[in-house]
Design a protein around this ligand. Structure first.
Ligand code: PRP
Ligand code: URA
Length: 209
């Protein structure tokens, strides 16, 4: 799948071990999720366009590059996507932040929308959708469709752990969306949880179980 990028780096591998380990506490889990988002952001923004401007250093005039083109927005899928926002804003402090609230119905595993608040000019921005887990892909597909319905044309998806089933589903529904993830796990279990995964990302981030 050419639009799925699995970002391979020793720092990512190390932090993934931390978040997978069930003995890792809420504080360390939250920090590692934020750091992983920052590391993924580095790769997901590799193709941002640049333009040259003229500046003066203390020594001489010179031409130097700055980011140009469309402005960015990040859109976490609530709840767990919130854990990735700070990591991205550390690198791109001017990005606007929208929120899409979706939860998976525990019986059907289908996403249920309960909240949506996006920047007014979202259709003029490049959007990176954030969610640590891409399991069946239902939540990601619904969030991307919602953004497209609002006129957003350039969307990337950032996940920490993805399942083959979810990436295949997102790619089939939204072939224009590039997916950046830190790990592609083996499969889903009977409850549509990622194996080996890390369990319930929202519960581990917010300590709700
Ligand atoms: C989790 C996760 C994703 C979704 C992934 O959220 O954060 O949004 O499941 O599963 P899918 O690919 O099969 O749709 P959950 O529904 O548990 O909600 P929460 O973040 O509020 O706990
Ligand atoms: N949501 C999670 O939080 N974890 C999974 O493994 C699957 C969906």
């Amino acid at each position: 799948m050419s639009n799925v990028h699995i970002v391979d780096h020793p720092l990512i591998a190390h932090k993934l071990t931390l978040i997978r380990d069930k003995t890792t506490g809420v504080k360390e889990f939250r920090e590692a999720i934020s750091e992983l988002a920052m590391l993924l952001c580095y790769e997901a923004t590799r193709d941002l366009p640049l333009k040259e401007i003229e500046i003066e250093t203390p020594v001489a005039m010179t031409k130097s590059k700055v980011i140009s083109g469309k402005k960015l927005a990040v859109v976490p899928i609530l709840r767990a996507g919130i854990g990735m926002v700070d990591g991205i804003l550390n690198l791109i402090p001017s990005a606007k932040v929208g929120h899409i609230g979706l939860y998976r119905d525990p019986v059907t595993t289908k996403p249920v929308e309960y909240y949506c608040k996006l920047p007014e000019d979202v259709s003029e921005r490049e959007v990176i959708v954030l969610d640590p887990m891409l399991a069946t892909g239902g939540s990601a597909i619904a969030a991307i469709q919602l953004l497209k319905d609002k006129g957003v044309e350039h969307i990337k998806m950032m996940n920490i752990i993805a399942a083959p089933e979810g990436t295949a589903a997102v790619t089939a529904s939204h072939p224009d969306v590039e997916i950046y993830c830190a790990a592609m796990d083996e499969r889903l279990n009977d409850h549509a949880y990622i194996v080996p995964g890390l369990g319930d990302a929202g519960d581990r981030l917010f300590g709700t179980k």
